[in-house]
Design a protein around this ligand. Structure first.
Ligand code: NAP
Ligand code: ZN
Length: 348
């Protein structure tokens, strides 16, 4: 029997979100039913509601930073039990047979992973975490370790893994000079994680407004990119730069900050194309790369890493009635540093 649950949805592109209901499937053999406690607001939610990435599917229930508690399990479930604290990130299924799925890179599933929202590869709609409950196959549900509260854990399911994966892949650690561009939801987790990995961390922010926070979160240095002197002073000085910026940047200017053999990993996802001069890459054997979230195994590794280092997100907890206001503040780079919806307020 399917269940009807309360949710917040954008009824149409760019429309304010409003209360509605959606249907969740019957708990199947390998499914768990999760009572959602908190859902983070990712800038990707805003891109998709605004159709920055092209045509999408409405009504849209965003939310892929989900933390909650298991309230029911199917008869074949072995990985989770009723009462477990769990999380769900950006995808809820994948083909499980392609080489990427088999390698634990389900986010790059060759047959298309099923996004937590707005849809699966077959085009059927899926509904995200701005809702009271969700039914997910046990293999796509993460364990939230003791020691991380559910509210500060929720943003780890996207912001945390999106920074952990490239920092780990490109070996941020002692002796590595790492810069994080943009101190928002993703960027602030990047600072915390890169610092915990032992790297020397620099924040490149539009202004010095967030300097005190950046240093408190673990950055060793903080620079304003609005000051042209930043680009001369820091020329050639980083091994790894991760850009978390939601808008297009002058990539040539930032590639100029890499040392020889350095890598700039772009995780920000503006909808419009960008241009790069090939000379910015060939002068110094530099790499421009991208990275998308992380696989299930790596996401669990990230959660365990965060628990071991006492890391969670810096959050501003809001009621559902403030989602639309929060969207405006994220767009204005005025988020410190992740909005998290208290899901209990959806029905109150
Ligand atoms: P966010 O909280 O809005 O943070 C983005 C930060 O970028 C802002 O706080 C701001 O930091 C800086 N920024 C914004 N506009 C800028 C501009 N025009 N020029 C320079 N800097 C600017 O967003 P988020 O949730 O962290 O997400 C960031 C981006 O990553 C989005 O595009 C999102 O869709 C994408 N994303 C990608 C993945 C992936 O798997 N690759 C996963 C999640 C999200 P300062 O105030 O410090 O300058
Ligand atoms: Zn996200």
């Amino acid at each position: 029997m399917t269940t009807t649950v309360t949710a917040y949805a954008a009824p149409a592109p760019k429309a304010p979100l409003e209360r509605t209901t959606v249907t969740r499937r019957t708990v199947g053999e390998h499914d768990v039913l999760i009572e959602i406690k908190y859902a983070g607001i990712c800038h990707s939610d805003i891109h998709q509601v605004n159709e920055d990435w092209g045509q999408s599917l409405f009504p849209m229930v965003p939310g892929h930073e989900i933390a909650g508690v298991v309230t029911e399990v199917g008869p074949g479930v072995t990985r989770h039990a009723v009462g477990d604290r769990v999380g769900v990130g950006c995808f809820v299924d994948s083909c499980r047979t392609c080489e990427n799925c088999l390698a634990g890179n389900e986010q790059y599933c060759l047959n298309g992973m099923t996004a937590t929202y707005p849809a699966g590869p077959d085009g059927r709609p899926t509904y995200g975490g701005y809702s009271t409950h969700i039914v997910v196959d046990e293999n796509y549900v993460l364990r939230i370790p003791e020691g991380i509260d559910l509210d500060v854990a929720a943003p780890l399911l996207c912001a945390g893994i999106t920074l952990y994966s490239p920092l780990s892949h490109w070996q941020a650690g002692p002796g590595k000079r790492v810069a994080i561009i943009g101190l928002g939801g993703l960027g602030h987790m990047g600072v915390k994680i890169a610092h915990a990995m032992g790297a020397e961390v620099t924040v490149l922010s539009q202004s010095l407004r967030k300097q005190e926070d950046g240093l408190r979160l673990g950055a060793d240095h903080f620079y304003a990119t609005s000051d042209p002197a930043t680009f001369t002073e820091l020329a050639g000085s980083f091994d790894l730069i991760v850009s978390t910026v939601s808008a297009n940047l002058d990539m040539d200017a930032y590639l100029g900050l890499l040392a020889v053999d350095g890598t700039l990993v772009n995780v920000g996802a503006p909808g419009e194309p960008n241009s790069v001069s090939m000379f910015s890459l060939i002068m110094g054997r530099k790499t421009l790369a991208g990275s998308m979230i992380g696989g299930i195994r790596e996401t669990q590794e990230m959660l365990d890493f965060c628990a071991a280092h006492g890391l969670g997100a810096e959050i501003e907890k809001i009621g559902a009635d403030r989602i639309n206001e929060a969207y405006q503040r994220v767009l204005a780079s005025d988020v410190r540093y992740r909005f998290v919806i208290d899901i209990a307020t959806l029905t109150s």
